[in-house]
Ligand binder design. Structure first.
Ligand code: FAD
Length: 374
């Protein structure tokens, strides 16, 4: 039996980047390393599934990871709580419920929250996601007539495409508004034109050069805010150096600057001052680096650097039967991409929601994707 003292890894936020580390819970016990997760919600919403979930094309199991079950499976202790401060001298975090939790290594992965440019009962920011989820029932029951989606970036446009899909019975009257002179302005013009044409054909009003104001909350039954996010770490009292958009500044190896035992990752971190886009692709890939580096720090081994993919292709769903595939200046549309997206989404979820024997094969996922796209 190893007589080394037990070291505690505290993960704050059960986000996309944290999941590969959680899966190490059992294996690391033999190195006398225990993992504790503190997360504000009992589940992780897989954002790639969210727009289709809102329209009823995906169910809950195709959208959420149950963090309690995941932690139990990998012998990680889990508490639903919110961290409100970090004390780097005493090496502890304080939670909203008043607990002080010691860490030997800390990972901050609390994601992002939508800039609160409007406030009110009928405003649902896309981040954090739980408030948006509450809308699903009302949308599917036809209880929302006039819906404004504020922000025509990838998130806003994908939600508009799904909620306006002809397969939906109770479609609200949707307006998609953006401050730029075209929706999806960060993407190829062809994509903007194609999405615009589909939405117009379905009766969605697309407003460009539009400035959201307080009047909008009176003119619409409901507003979904997809107008850009800030790091959620701004709601935590800490004195780490920050980079762009108040994201916690890290080195290439994801260690927070001037820190030997604190990591930050995902939307809340500004890695090496690069201010990478707040997309899950970075968070997911950083999770793999964290899995190595957290253990390496404790076992005094060498650390790896985070290297993003050369290009980050994006798939924007348009219901279960078609999707856009965007890579650099290329924008393609078709049923094949809807099938591909289904396969990628479910493969990722299976890793965290099913035991290895129950995970679906690629062939099975292809068949399921094909069937649902008919
Ligand atoms: C509609 C929509 C669609 C998207 N689609 C895509 C896509 O197709 N592809 C893509 O690459 N990206 C997509 N994104 C972006 C993607 O959602 C984010 O980049 C990704 O979620 C970031 O993961 P993360 O690990 O940083 O944190 P998240 O996965 O956001 O998780 C953060 C976690 O921290 C917890 N938390 C927050 N505050 C605290 C606190 N104080 N204490 C404890 N816990 C806390 C939260 O409960 C949450 O579980 C989409 C975003 C939206 C809004």
């Amino acid at each position: 039996m190893d007589s080394k003292p037990v070291k505690t890894v505290v993960i704050v936020g059960g986000g996309h980047a944290s999941l590969p580390v959680i899966k190490m819970g059992k294996r690391w016990k033999k190195h006398q390393i225990e993992i504790r997760l503190i997360s504000a919600h009992p589940f992780l919403i897989y954002s790639g599934s969210l727009p289709q979930y809102m329209a009823g094309f995906y169910n809950w199991n195709q959208t959420a990871v149950n963090l309690e079950m995941l932690c139990k499976r990998y012998s990680v202790s889990f508490a639903v709580d919110r961290v409100i401060s970090v004390n780097r001298e005493q090496k502890n975090v304080e939670t909203l419920s008043g607990e002080k939790i010691h860490y030997d290594v800390l990972l901050l992965n609390v994601g992002a929250s939508t800039q609160p440019i409007l406030d009110g009962d009928n405003i649902s920011p896309v981040k954090p996601m739980p408030k948006l989820l509450e809308l699903r029932k009302n949308l599917l029951n036809g209880e929302i007539n006039r819906l404004l989606i504020a922000g025509g970036g990838a998130a806003g446009a994908e939600i508009a495409l799904n909620l306006s899909h002809p397969a939906l019975n109770n479609r609200p009257k949707i307006t998609l508004a953006d401050k730029n002179n075209r929706i999806l302005s960060a993407f190829p013009e062809k994509l903007s034109a194609d999405v615009n044409a589909i939405l117009k054909d379905r009766g969605v009003a697309v407003l460009t050069g539009y400035k959201i104001s307080d009047d909008d909350s009176k003119n619409y039954d409901q507003i979904i805010l997809a107008t850009g996010n800030r790091a959620e770490s701004v709601s935590i009292d800490h004195d780490f150096e920050v980079g762009e958009s108040s994201r916690i500044l890290t080195k290439k190896n994801l260690l927070v600057k001037e820190e030997a035992y604190v990591f930050a990752a995902g939307d809340t971190a500004d890695v090496n001052g690069k201010n990478y886009k707040q997309i899950g692709v970075h968070a997911v890939k950083q999770g793999v680096v964290l899995r190595h580096n957290i253990k390496a720090v404790l076992l005094k081994k060498s650390l790896r650097n985070y290297k993003p993919y050369r290009a980050n292709p994006l798939i924007i769903s348009n219901g279960p039967d078609s999707a856009f595939y965007i890579m650099n200046r290329l924008s393609l549309k078709g049923r094949a991409f809807a099938i591909l997206k289904y396969m990628l989404d479910m493969r990722w979820l299976d890793k965290y929601t099913r035991i290895p024997e129950n995970r679906r094969s690629l062939y099975q996922l292809f068949k399921e994707g094909l069937n649902r796209s008919e």
